[in-house]
Design a binder for this molecule. Sequence first.
Ligand SMILES: Cc1cc2nc3c(=O)[nH]c(=O)nc-3n(C[C@H](O)[C@H](O)[C@H](O)COP(=O)(O)OP(=O)(O)OC[C@H]3O[C@@H](n4cnc5c(N)ncnc54)[C@H](O)[C@@H]3O)c2cc1C
Length: 342
Amino acid sequence: MDPSRDLFDVTIIGSGPVGLYGIFYARLRGMKAKILDALPELGGQLVTLYPEKFIFDVAGFPRILARDLAKNLIEQALSLAPTVCLGAKVTMLKTHEEESKRVFELVTDDGLSHFTRSVVLTAGIGAFRPKRLGVPGIVEFEGKGIHYFVNEKKIFCDKDILIVGGGDSAVDWALNLSGTAKQITLIHRRDQFRAHEESVKELMSSPVAVKTFHELKAVSGNSSVQEAVIFDNRTGEEHSLRVDAIILNLGFHADLGPIKQWGLEIDRGGIKVNYRMETSMEGIFAAGDVASHPGKLKLISTGFGEVATAINFAKNLIDPGSKVFPGHSSDSRSLPSPKVGL
Ligand SMILES: Cc1cc2nc3c(=O)[nH]c(=O)nc-3n(C[C@H](O)[C@H](O)[C@H](O)COP(=O)(O)OP(=O)(O)OC[C@H]3O[C@@H](n4cnc5c(N)ncnc54)[C@H](O)[C@@H]3O)c2cc1C
């Protein structure tokens, strides 16, 4: 094993609401903590599946939009400066014994290894992958004008953009980029949108050219995408659009995939845990949707409690002199210095 590797006390796999609260909690306990996610953004199901839905059953919030809850959790998580690695899907787990201590090596799909004394799995329903279209030209132009995420708005400045999809992400990005891009066309294969009603109304009165019953047929260009052929799925009539970028917002697939092959005991499709949120492998804990135990409820509120339990027992495992009970956060002496002004 590389002796210069950076060894963490705990590594959390998955940055949904449960992982985000977990990484905050780990830093609160003074642990050297890292969080990994397959997606390029933090927030899990809250931001990928239902950003525009209201949530009514998270303590302390009479009602809150999923994306605002994610924003608050991210602010809280980053306030104690954890290490964050995005676009990093964990594919392999290796264990090493080192001076009678166990070290886990998590290998991500970018070929990097992450070393850690304990692991908390908060992988939810699995690693999200954007749904792709089997349309000629798409694969060839991925990274050359075909996008599944918008990380930087400025790359669309003064560009002609085609957005494909009828959910919250497609509608939100069409609205969000309409002051930045030169021209936006949004196509959707039906005339019913799966997006927030108010956003759809706003879209219809915006400068975005909305074409319902239209689908993408082909994409072409030279070094980057230049043309999209779309068709009306009622008549078959085709149109050609000059485009600089195409954003595909077609939803996500989720798959626990490789995690199920790590030899952890599986129960009712999830990772089996005990009351300490320990899995069948010492040093590996699980919490949130991925964890299975009698009486399991797949809710954000129960996930928060589970991950706090997992982190407190992980702390005690790697530092047996420390207490499982963390004390009260309102006793400021127990807080590591926060980053101010996030
Ligand atoms: C439409 C809808 C509405 C809902 N409404 C409510 C509600 O009102 N109240 C409520 O309490 N709950 C609600 N839920 C359920 C709630 O969203 C989940 O319980 C919650 O998101 C679980 O959080 P999590 O952090 O465990 O997992 P997730 O949110 O699923 O996050 C898991 C993260 O792990 C990452 N990941 C997975 N595998 C890997 C890997 N191998 N490597 C790296 N990263 C990985 C994923 O990319 C993802 O970001 C709703 C769910 C849906 C779909």
